[in-house]
Design a protein around this ligand. Structure first.
Ligand SMILES: Cc1cc2nc3c(=O)[nH]c(=O)nc-3n(C[C@H](O)[C@H](O)[C@H](O)COP(=O)(O)OP(=O)(O)OC[C@H]3O[C@@H](n4cnc5c(N)ncnc54)[C@H](O)[C@@H]3O)c2cc1C
Length: 473
């Protein structure tokens, strides 16, 4: 089925949903697409039907408010639908959308990309053992299913998410064996001035840490997990102290647990912006590679707009405001006058972004972090490639992420490189003595998400296929 819309928005998180609402408020037809069934994105993920009666959290309340606003608006929200290809040309953009097993086509005069972030895990020996979850991924488990990662969980990683995850595990009745974080108390104190711009969020984070301390949960500051133990299930972890540059130092200690939540911050999901034809630039403070963006979510393509964590990790509060700015910019492009509204949003957006970037700064990787990935550690999970395999490819002359990808298939598996590419790029930069900003991610290729061949082939009967007559001898 082919459809037309004034504005298409990819991603119904705080950024995309607010962009859709802002554009629709000026009378344009807006189609909002997300692979999740309900709007809310990662942070305000909706509950599954099995737990609808569970007590509401702050995230549930914010998500329900947003979902009601969308229901009450003229926005056409299409859930459980994946955009797998973006084509440019003619007037606007053409999106290929996988929905209910079929590929559909949507033409849009203006496109807003709000695809959010994904998490980064620095590979350590044993990180592919069953029972290991991404720190951010674990939040999806809590919000959608109220499920626990295990009975006794070690929670490890950078930034505020490590304390949120530990607090949620305890709220849901699980046991937290320990919190292990590469950040020091001093790292947090340095963020304090920027965090004062959002005192409510600062207070919430402070309460998580205080509750964990009062409950007697060990918090190991400036430490990292260096090995996951267990063959078929996590049995415990080894962890070590870190130097100021996050190199492991001193003897290993160990702690028992049947599960581990581990993460090293978030990375902007840039593939959709790249497919739409936007270039990337490197910004350590925003989480790495980000699409080149102009003011208010605009880009050098006059009908393509960006917002939210996909443009740099600034957090949910900034994503909402950024979304509204991008939606209004799209409306302006289509003929509405939105300058006054945008003028009012810029200062609150800057304030929220300051807070979010202070949180992101806690996850900026330091030089020693890659030493956690020992030679035998699996780096590319899809193709089972170890650090040694990738290092050998680099030594043999593969000097770009594209070259490692074509030589070893690192990044060609089901995850499309979402788990390994950052580590591969850092390995190339280290081996060549280059800056990370000189090693861009691989060329983006469709599909953005896996697509079954049957969805591309569509309906046909084998008997309708023209069969050429045998050629005369
Ligand atoms: C797994 C995960 C969990 C997180 N949990 C928290 C948390 O608990 N608390 C917190 O403060 N922050 C959390 N964050 C950070 C949080 O995502 C952001 O700060 C905030 O949600 C950003 O809003 P956004 O709208 O930019 O992106 P998101 O909320 O990530 O929304 C992006 C949306 O785009 C959709 N999407 C992406 N690509 C496609 C595609 N090709 N087709 C269709 N849909 C697509 C995704 O399904 C998603 O719903 C989490 C991040 C991740 C990656």
């Amino acid at each position: 089925m082919i459809q037309n819309t004034d504005v298409a928005v990819i991603g119904a998180g705080p950024a995309g949903a607010n962009a859709a609402l802002a554009a629709a408020s000026h009378g344009f037809s807006v189609t909002l697409i997300d692979e999740q069934p309900a709007a809310g994105g990662q942070v305000w993920r909706a509950k599954s039907t099995a737990i609808l009666d569970a007590p509401a959290t702050l995230e549930t309340v914010a998500g329900n408010r947003l979902r009601k606003e969308i229901d009450d608006s003229l926005v056409n929200h299409i859930g459980a639908a994946r955009v797998w290809q973006i084509e440019r040309g003619g007037e606007g953009s053409t999106l290929y959308v996988l929905r209910q097993g079929r590929s559909e086509v949507l033409h849009a005069r203006a496109l807003i990309i709000a695809t959010g972030a994904r998490e980064f895990v620095q590979p350590v020996p044993g990180w592919t053992t069953p029972g290991v979850l991404g720190l951010a991924g674990a939040t999806a488990l809590f919000k959608q299913e109220m499920a626990l990662p295990g009975k006794r969980t070690i929670v490890s990683g950078t930034g505020p998410l490590v304390f949120f995850v530990a607090t949620e595990i305890r709220r849901l009745g699980g046991e937290v064996a320990a919190v292990i974080t590469p950040n020091s108390r001093g790292d947090w104190l340095r963020c304090l001035p920027a965090m004062l711009s959002h005192a409510d969020l600062l207070l919430r984070g402070g309460r998580w840490i205080a509750d964990l301390i009062l409950a007697g949960i060990p918090i190991c500051w400036r430490h990292a997990v260096t090995r996951v133990e267990g063959e078929t299930q996590v049995a415990g972890v080894e962890f070590r102290k870190l130097t100021a540059d996050w190199s492991p130092t001193g003897p290993a200690r160990r702690i028992d647990g049947d599960s581990l939540c581990i993460g090293n911050g978030l990375i902007p999901a840039t593939e959709a912006a790249q497919l739409a034809g936007l270039g990337l630039e490197y910004s350590l403070g925003l989480g790495g590679w980000v699409p080149c963006e102009a003011a208010d979510g605009g880009t050098h393509l006059t009908d393509v707009f960006l917002c939210g964590d996909g443009t740099g990790i600034r957090g949910a509060a900034a994503a909402e405001l950024h979304g509204r700015l991008a939606g209004l910019s799209a409306a302006q492009h289509l003929g509405a006058d939105t300058s006054a509204e945008r003028d009012r949003l810029r200062a609150p957006f800057d304030r929220a972004a300051r807070f979010g970037m202070a949180m992101t700064s806690l996850s900026i990787p330091r030089a020693g972090l890659t030493r956690l990935t020992t030679e035998e550690t699996i780096v590319c999970r899809c193709e089972s490639l170890s650090r040694t395999d990738i290092a050998a490819e680099i030594t043999s002359g593969a000097r770009s992420t594209n070259a490692v990808k074509s030589g070893l298939r690192a990044g060609m598996g089901p995850c499309g490189g979402k788990f390994c590419q950052t580590t591969v790029a850092r390995m190339i930069a280290e081996a060549e003595g280059r800056a990370e900003a000189d090693v861009p991610p691989p060329t983006p290729r469709p599909p953005l998400r896996p697509v079954p061949v049957a969805a591309l082939a569509g309906d046909f009967s084998y008997s309708d296929l023209p069969i050429p007559k045998p050629a005369p001898l």
